[in-house]
Design a protein around this ligand. Structure first.
Ligand code: GLU
Length: 308
């Protein structure tokens, strides 16, 4: 099927009407109490083709907590500011353990497996925290510039809720500190990490923010943020580490570089072609949006537009 023949609007409408009938939508994350207040019936998809009009269905304009999806944005910012030095303190390999396992830091002598497990994202946060004069404001500005959308913001309720219940993350950061891979105070790094995770975006804003990953490093208004070589690496890490301990399953079923978050969001990228965001708050047992995965699997199957 050639791309020109695809009616994206019809494809998305079909996927939405099929999946919106689903009764079993997984479990909304409860370990961050504020996330439990989200209505599990929400479901939205937004597609942004590189050379065609964007299309959205369902709740694609409703903002939600992007959680770990922010880890890609933090890494992008760190790569922009520090270049390849980032890789001295964090690895690029997938893990078969859940994203918040403490052993990730112990095994590698303080070098986390990759920047998308919590330990790795904390190390990236630490690098940014050292480098930025006003980390909270500068990170938000980076995201707003990248997406060309000044309305994107943190959700302070989610931030406070996670901070009050972040005992496991506290243990992870303390372990990193004891293994000499955090330069700043544990509390400062965690605060900044929770803020990043609390970023709130709709599917439409997500697909805008991740445009640079399908466009060789240039954002939606053609401003260059990263080089094509850096984009190659970011997309590779999304493909191999973006789905917790289910990257194999996601590559097999969907076949795109992607990142998920426990808020139920997923962003997926087909370099040079499109990016697509899906959101449904119910998660499967591995912490990924149940309906979101099904939607993306249907999309790449029906359009034959996976990277494989
Ligand atoms: N802020 C969450 C945590 O640290 C992010 C988890 C996720 O979305 O994977 O547990």
């Amino acid at each position: 099927m050639s791309k020109k023949q695809i009616d994206f609007e019809n494809v998305l409408k079909h996927i939405y009407s099929e999946l919106n009938k689903e009764v079993h939508r997984g479990q909304v994350a409860s370990y961050i109490p504020e996330l439990e207040n989200v209505n599990p019936r929400h479901f939205g998809i937004h597609l942004r083709p590189i050379d065609d009009s964007p299309v959205g269905v369902g709740d694609f304009c409703t903002p939600f907590s992007i959680q770990s999806i922010s880890k890609v944005l933090s890494l992008a910012y760190a790569l922009k500011l520090l270049g390849a030095d980032v890789w001295k303190r964090v690895g690029v390999d997938p893990t078969h353990e859940p994203f918040n396992f403490l052993s990730l830091t112990e095994k590698g002598n303080g070098i986390p497996n990759n920047p998308f497990v919590n330990a790795g994202a904390m190390v990236v946060s630490d690098m940014l925290y050292s480098h930025l004069e006003y980390p909270e404001r500068e990170f938000l500005n980076f995201v707003r510039n990248l997406s060309n959308d000044s309305s994107i913001d943190y959700n302070k309720k989610v931030y406070t809720s996670e901070k009050a219940n972040g005992h496991r993350n506290h243990a992870t950061a303390s372990l990193l500190k004891s293994l000499n891979n955090l330069d700043n105070d544990v509390e400062q790094v965690l605060d900044f990490y929770y803020l990043q995770c609390s970023l709130s975006m709709s599917c439409e804003q997500l697909s805008k923010s991740f445009y640079f990953l399908m466009n060789g490093g240039k954002n939606i208004v053609d401003h260059e943020f990263l080089s094509p070589s850096q984009i190659k690496r970011l997309n590779a890490i999304m493909l191999t580490c973006g789905f917790y301990n289910d990257v194999g399953g996601f590559a097999f079923n969907v076949g795109l570089p992607a990142k998920s978050g426990v808020g139920g969001g997923i962003i997926a990228v087909h370099p040079g072609k499109y990016c697509i965001a899906a959101w449904s708050p119910g998660l499967n047992e591995k912490g990924n949006s149940l309906l979101g995965i099904k939607a993306l699997e249907m999309f790449t199957t029906e359009t034959e537009l996976s990277i494989f």
